[in-house]
Unconditional design. Structure first.
Length: 100
């Protein structure tokens, strides 16, 4: 799986990048044919609350799985996103299995 991590409006430190890569590696347990993974991290400064937006796009054979979430920290957002992507991968596998 190719991984691309993109930080918008800030530069991500190595610790955050390693955390994200560790989370993404866990998705391989559920589906080993993931082609590409693109993670976008954004800082959104609206008023006094600084929200962190994380978006994951997984390219799988024949489809693109997308999830986006907002949280106070990028780590919490990635935890939430891996759960969402896990459910989407399982649903995608069941759908492709039913067509066969």
């Amino acid at each position: 799986m190719n991984k691309r991590i993109e930080a918008i409006h800030f530069s991500a430190d190595q610790k955050l990048i390693e955390f994200i890569e560790k989370k993404l590696d866990k998705l391989d347990q559920f589906y080993d044919r993931i082609i590409d993974c693109h993670v976008m991290l954004k800082l959104e400064n609206t008023g006094q609350v600084k929200d962190k937006i994380a978006e994951v796009k997984l390219a799988v054979p024949g489809d693109l799985l997308v999830a986006k979430t907002t949280n106070k920290t990028f780590e919490a957002a990635m935890d939430e996103l891996t759960d969402i992507m896990k459910r989407q991968i399982i649903r995608f596998k069941e759908r492709t299995r039913s067509y066969s």
